[in-house]
Ligand binder design. Sequence first.
Ligand code: ITT
Length: 198
Amino acid sequence: MSKIKEIIIGTNNEGKYKEICSLLPNEIKKYSPKQFGILTPEEIGTSFEENSFIKASYFSKKTNLICLSDDSGLEIDLLKGEPGIYSSRWSGEKNNFNLAIKRIFEKMNNIKKDWKNDNVAKFICCLTLFWPNGKNYLSKGIIKGRISTKKKGKNGFGYDPIFIPDGYSKTFGEMKSVLKMSIDHRFKAFRKIRKFFI
Ligand code: ITT
């Protein structure tokens, strides 16, 4: 198997782009959709797998490059899995995560008064590698944890300030990014496709 030497990282989310870049070996040439002026396609799938595949095949076909795409999100048990595949859409057109987090707190408070010590959540990431000849490979990673009652920390992006992974007392937003990136859903999904790069 010949190892991948150049790739388009199929995301327009800066936080995800940075994480994926640091998971990939330094020597691989990395492109972003921004460099080609390509927007993310509409995510019309009904699962992380479908949306991840939609993005990878789209960016690969547009650029004739191998694409690695990411579809991810936060599932909260108390909210029956919401926001799930709509995690990005909950932040609105302007990617306002203060708004998305407020909505989460409101919904959780409405369902249960004291959810502080008793709530379960997980981050999910589905990565798709798509080659211009149509070959593709999907891999999924999950990290379990709980929702913090307050936003904490300024590191990371998106829902990081409210997610506390199992085994830790800090949110992803309070953790050093190298620690988050060595345990999270994206890292777990990446482990299974590392062989294509190294
Ligand atoms: P692309 O489709 O262009 O990749 P997006 O932001 O729309 O960008 P998704 O559809 O996969 O990406 O949405 C996933 C959302 O879930 C994303 O907006 C993040 O805010 C959130 N999310 C995913 N992984 C996260 C992480 O590691 N930390 C915090 N939030 C995360």
